[in-house]
Design a protein around this ligand. Structure first.
Ligand SMILES: C[S@@+](CC[C@H](N)C(=O)[O-])C[C@H]1O[C@@H](n2cnc3c(N)ncnc32)[C@H](O)[C@@H]1O
Length: 387
């Protein structure tokens, strides 16, 4: 097997839209070169080993894709030739199970399904020509994921170094509801500018995603410490180098403080239990104080701090009415008890600011999947707000 050693591989890390600049800063801190945020992700360059660090350390990326080929194309035939020109056999073994995904913006190709088949066939044909055998396809549990991204004129081929998406940190057991994705939760914290040392509260914590991400930051716990990655199935995977990097990350994990300054609460006992169980699974329970409380009546846990919440957004009409009635009371409660705090509310409800009755200082557009949301920032002062 041919192990590539060039120091200038090209990567692309997709992320929730709205987090591109924050992700660019994160990748720059990991020594990535040529860091270029674009819509929905960040392009960057570096040695192959940068893929280890980016997967292990990025709190914001959804995946880390390694560019293995690409160029201009006009039709399926060009796409086939491009995909066939990649030396797949030097990147992974023929006994690996593969999955191909194609995404496109303004592609002239009529069918993405057919484009997917075209890429898959090209990969398998190249293997058969060179080795007399070909990888099999497994859409559910692939060893190796191949991504093709098509624009109007360019096709880019990537090998996915992440495998399962990076918001899966490897600790979540409970998946019955739809909690925030971990990288979006980490993105809210990055946009709010919260750093350990400042008090933190999520008073509507649900399963605890945001507070657990804050606790992982306070613990300096790498988000990928508890999981495996796609690059472990690629030919250039260097097990000892990876183990050394992981050990370094393990060694820097901080012990929990005597008195946690990260707080999470929810009015439902089931949510509190879930948050506790998830914090324990993420190995950060000592960084977090979890309580059952109503956000409208709970006192502030410190004289100043950062509150981040993803309040409920009712789908059914009666829920919407009940929730709409809660906001003005919550706004009043914050003014009465949280002077000195900054509250950041993440919501897909465009009417939230009207209901809340406070003047948002910032409104940051951010996508939760396909749903356009906003992160609203409120500086809480007692009585009426300025402006
Ligand atoms: C959209 S969920 C939060 C999901 C959470 N961000 C996660 O990732 O799991 C909203 C949460 O707010 C809680 N909630 C609603 N009204 C509340 C109130 N007045 N006080 C405290 N919690 C409340 C609900 O119980 C629910 O768990």
């Amino acid at each position: 097997m041919n192990v590539r050693t060039t120091g200038a591989e090209r990567f692309f890390a997709p992320c929730p839209r709205g987090l591109e600049s924050a992700l660019a800063a994160e990748l720059t801190a990991l020594d990535a070169a040529d860091v270029k945020p674009t819509d929905g992700g960040v392009a960057f360059a570096g040695p192959l080993t940068l893929a280890y660090a980016a997967n292990l350390e990025s709190r914001l990326a959804s995946r880390v894709l390694w560019r293995v080929g690409g160029g201009g194309y006009r039709d399926e035939r060009d796409l086939n030739a491009l995909a066939r020109s990649v030396p797949w056999g030097s990147h992974f073994h023929a006994d690996r199970k593969i999955r191909v995904d194609v995404a496109a913006t303004r592609s002239p190709l009529k069918s993405l399904e057919f484009a997917t088949l075209t890429v898959k066939d090209a990969v398998c044909d190249r293997f058969r020509d060179e080795q007399g055998r070909r990888p099999s396809v497994d859409k559910r549990l692939p060893d190796v994921r191949i991504h093709a991204y098509l624009t109007d004129r360019e096709a880019t081929l990537y090998l996915d170094t992440s495998g399962e998406p990076l918001f899966k940190r490897g600790w979540r057991r409970d998946t019955e509801e739809a909690p925030l994705r971990e990288n979006l939760a980490a993105g809210l914290i990055a946009l709010a500018g919260w750093r350990p040392g400042t008090a933190f509260l999520d008073p509507m914590c649900g399963s605890g995603t945001i507070a657990i991400e804050a606790a992982m930051i306070a613990a300096d716990r790498a988000p990928g410490l508890a999981r495996s990655f796609g690059f472990q199935k690629l030919a250039w995977f260097d097990g000892p180098a990876w183990q050394r990097l992981k050990q370094k990350a393990r060694d820097r994990v901080r012990p929990p403080p005597a008195e946690p300054s990260i707080h999470a609460s929810d009015r439902h006992a089931a949510a509190v239990a879930k948050t506790r169980a998830n914090a324990a699974a993420a190995q950060v329970e000592g960084f977090l104080r979890v309580e059952q409380a109503d956000a409208l009546s709970r006192p502030a846990p410190a004289a100043s701090g950062v509150l981040i919440a993803n309040p409920p957004y009712g789908v059914r009409l009666e829920d919407r009415e009940r929730i709409a009635a809660m906001y003005p009371a919550w706004g009043d409660a914050l003014k009465a008890r949280y002077a000195g705090w900054t509250a950041w509310l993440f919501s897909g409800d465009p009417d939230l600011p009207k209901k809340f009755g406070l003047m948002a200082e910032r409104r940051i557009p951010l996508w939760n999947g396909a749903i356009e949301c906003r992160l609203y920032a409120y500086r809480i002062v007692s009585g009426r707000l300025p402006g």
